[in-house]
Design a protein around this ligand. Structure first.
Ligand SMILES: Cc1cc2nc3c(=O)[nH]c(=O)nc-3n(C[C@H](O)[C@H](O)[C@H](O)COP(=O)(O)OP(=O)(O)OC[C@H]3O[C@@H](n4cnc5c(N)ncnc54)[C@H](O)[C@@H]3O)c2cc1C
Ligand code: SF4
Length: 525
C-alpha cells in the first residue's frame, strides 16, 4: 500500500470510504492519480461479518452523538439515532441491501414536472437521464447489477416475495421482479454467487453483494496510488489565502491531530457528516461555512417517504430465508397527481429478522404487551414490504450544529431536523392501502403498519444546481465557490427520486472522477 507524506500537496484527499468515496478513489487510482482516503471508522474485513442483527449493528454503526428534531418519527422513536449508517471501512455499503434502481427521467426534473410545490424547495438537477445513462451502465458493470447491462439473471424468489408477487398478480399489477440487485447471481468479478444465506444488511459474509470494503478499496490500494487511513476523523477542511482548499485537519485513533495537505478535496461522509464538515470549516473568509455562499449547505435534507407494512398469512412463509430484499414492485412509480401527491413509490419486499422486527414494530418504550407479543407470534407467517417514495426537498429539513454540545472530537453535535410534507402523508396513506389490498388478496389474516426506522437513505444536504444561488455544487459535484472542492456522496442529490440512492451515487462518482482527472490534466485544479 502507498504511503504519502502529510506535506504532499499533490494528492487528492477523499473523506469517507463508502459508496461515493470508495468509488472516486478507485476510479482515480486506476487512472494513476494519487489519493489519501481518510475514514473515521475502523478497518473491517469480511471476517468481521456475522449473521446477527444487533451484533453487527453495534459493531459497524455510526453511534456518535446526534439528535433528531422536527415533526418526523425520528424525534419520537429515535431521538439520538436519526440515521442508520456505518462508520468504518466500506461505509454504509457494508450494511446496504443491494437494490440498484435508476432514477426515472421525471425524477431528475421535479421542478419542471411538479411546478412550485407549496412548502417545498423542489428544483431540477443540472443533469438528466440521457446524460446519466452511460454512467449508470458503468456503475452497473462495476457493481455487478443483475439484469440487462451485465447479463446476469435476477436472483431467485424467496417465499416472502412469492406471496407478495402473487398478491400483485391478483390485484392486476405487472411490474414485480427480484432485481435489479448488486448481488452476484452467478460468479462474477472474482466474487461468488449469492448463496441465499440471508441477513444481507448485516454484511455479506461471502462477498456476493457489492461493497467497497472488498472491491473498490482493496483494488485502489493494489494500484499503489491510494493510501487509506482508518480511525481518521476529519475535523476541518483548510483553505489558502485565495480560498482554494489546501488540506484537511484530522484526528487519529489516539486523538492526535494531523494536517494532510491536498491538491483536491472530495467530501464523501454521507449526508449528515458532509454538510456538518463544511459548516464546521467556517473561517474568516467563509464565515457561514465552506462552499456556502448560497446558504444551502445542510438544507433540503431528504430520506425517502417510508414505512413498513407486514402481513400475517395463513401458512408459514419463513421470509427471513434468502436475500433481504428479494423483490421490488414498481407499478406505483409514476408522477400521477390525480392520486393526491407528487411523485411515486416502490414497494420493496424486506425480510427483517425476529430481533429487528420486535424492535421496529413499535419502537421506543411502547413495544410491550399483548398486541405486540401476539403479532410476533405470527413472525414465521409474515411477508412484508418497505415503502420507498419520493421525499420532497424542504429548506427547513436541515442539518445544523448544536450551539453548546460537542462530540468526542470536540465538534458541535449535528441536529437532523425533518418534518414530513403533506405530500409524504398522502403518499404513505396510499402505499399502506395498496399494500394491504395486495396482501388481503392472498388471505392475510392481519396487516401491521410499522413506522420508519432510522433513516438509511440520506440525501440532498449539499445539493446540485445549475444556479450557484440555489445549490452548493454544479453538475459534477464541484463546489460553486471553490474549484478544487468536490462533494462525492448522496448529499449532492437535488431530489430524492423514489429509488434507493446508491447506484446513482456510484454513477455520479465515476463521472466525477473522470471530470477531476480532466481538470487536473488541464491544470484547472
Ligand atoms: C441497512 C441499510 C440498507 C441499505 N440498503 C440500500 C439498498 O438496498 N440500496 C441502496 O441504494 N442504498 C441502500 N442503503 C443506503 C446506502 O448504504 C447509502 O446510500 C450509501 O452507502 C451512501 O454512500 P455515501 O458515500 O454517501 O456514504 P457512506 O457509504 O455512508 O460512507 C460514508 C463514510 O464516510 C465516513 N465519514 C463520515 N464523516 C467523516 C469524517 N468527518 N472523516 C472521515 N470519515 C468520515 C463514514 O465513517 C463512512 O464510512 C442502505 C443503507 C443501510 C444502512
Ligand atoms: S443472501 Fe446472498 S447477498 Fe445476502 S448476505 Fe447472503 S450470500 Fe450475501
Amino acid at each position: 500500500m502507498a504511503e504519502f507524506d502529510l506535506n504532499d500537496e499533490s494528492v487528492v484527499v477523499i473523506i469517507g470510504s463508502g459508496a461515493g468515496g470508495g468509488t472516486v478513489a478507485n476510479e482515480l487510482a486506476q487512472k494513476g492519480i494519487k489519493s489519501v482516503i481518510l475514514e473515521a471508522g475502523p478497518r473491517f474485513d469480511i471476517g468481521d461479518i456475522e449473521n446477527d442483527e444487533w451484533t453487527m449493528f453495534s459493531k459497524i454503526s455510526w453511534l456518535d452523538k446526534r439528535y433528531s428534531a422536527g415533526g418526523w418519527h425520528g424525534s419520537v422513536n429515535h431521538p439520538t439515532l436519526p440515521t442508520w449508517i456505518v462508520k468504518g471501512f466500506g461505509g454504509s455499503t457494508v450494511h446496504w441491501a443491494g437494490v440498484s434502481l435508476r432514477f426515472k427521467e421525471y425524477e431528475f426534473k421535479t421542478r419542471s414536472n411538479y411546478g412550485a410545490v407549496d412548502g417545498a424547495n423542489v428544483e431540477d438537477w443540472p443533469v438528466d437521464l440521457a446524460e446519466m445513462t452511460p454512467w449508470y451502465e458503468k456503475a452497473e458493470l462495476k457493481m455487478g447489477v443483475t439484469g440487462k447491462t451485465t447479463g446476469m439473471p435476477h436472483l431467485p424468489w424467496n417465499n416472502g416475495f412469492r406471496v407478495l408477487a402473487e398478491g400483485c398478480r391478483r390485484t392486476g399489477r405487472s411490474d414485480y421482479r427480484s432485481g435489479p440487485m448488486a448481488i452476484n447471481s452467478v460468479e462474477r468479478d472474482d466474487r461468488p454467487s449469492c448463496q441465499q444465506i440471508g441477513f444481507c444488511m448485516q454484511g455479506c459474509a461471502i462477498g456476493a453483494k457489492w461493497s467497497t470494503m472488498y472491491t473498490e478499496l482493496p483494488r485502489a490500494e493494489d494500484t499503489g496510488n491510494c493510501e487509506i487511513r482508518t480511525d481518521a476523523m476529519v475535523l476541518k477542511i483548510e483553505h489558502d489565502d485565495s480560498g482554494k482548499a489546501s488540506g484537511v485537519l484530522y484526528a487519529d485513533k489516539d486523538g492526535n491531530q494531523h494536517l494532510q495537505k491536498a491538491r483536491v478535496v472530495c467530501v464523501a461522509g454521507n449526508s449528515i457528516e458532509s454538510p456538518r464538515l463544511l459548516l464546521n470549516s467556517a473561517s474568516s473568509m467563509f464565515p457561514d461555512g465552506l462552499a456556502n455562499s448560497s446558504g444551502q449547505v445542510g438544507k433540503n435534507y431528504m430520506n425517502h417517504t417510508t414505512g413498513g407494512v407486514y402481513a400475517a398469512l395463513p401458512e408459514k412463509v419463513h421470509m427471513f430465508r434468502g436475500t433481504s430484499v428479494a423483490g421490488i414492485v414498481g407499478d406505483e412509480v409514476r408522477n400521477d397527481p390525480a392520486r393526491g401527491f407528487n411523485g411515486g413509490y416502490y414497494l420493496e419486499f424486506l425480510s427483517l429478522g425476529l430481533p429487528f422486527m420486535a424492535a421496529f414494530m413499535e419502537p421506543g418504550n411502547t413495544g410491550w404487551g399483548r398486541s405486540i407479543a401476539g403479532a410476533l407470534e405470527n413472525y414465521d407467517k409474515m411477508s412484508g414490504v418497505w415503502v420507498l417514495g419520493e421525499d420532497l426537498a424542504q429548506e427547513k429539513n436541515a442539518i445544523t450544529l448544536h450551539d453548546s454540545e460537542v462530540d468526542q472530537y470536540g465538534l458541535p453535535v449535528p441536529i437532523v431536523a425533518k418534518t414530513p410534507h403533506n405530500n409524504d402523508y398522502e403518499m404513505t396513506a396510499h402505499a399502506y392501502e395498496t399494500t394491504a389490498q395486495i396482501y388481503e388478496s392472498v388471505g392475510a389474516t392481519d396487516v401491521y403498519e410499522l413506522p420508519a426506522y432510522p433513516a438509511t437513505h440520506n440525501m440532498g444536504t449539499n445539493r446540485m444546481h445549475a444556479d450557484a444561488d440555489k445549490g452548493v455544487v454544479n453538475g459534477y459535484g464541484q463546489a460553486h465557490d471553490i474549484d478544487n472542492l468536490f462533494v462525492s456522496d448522496g448529499s449532492q442529490f437535488t431530489s430524492s427520486g423514489a429509488c434507493n440512492p446508491t447506484l446513482t451515487i456510484v454513477a455520479l462518482a465515476i463521472r466525477q472522477a473522470e471530470y477531476i482527472a480532466q481538470e487536473m490534466n488541464a491544470q484547472n485544479i
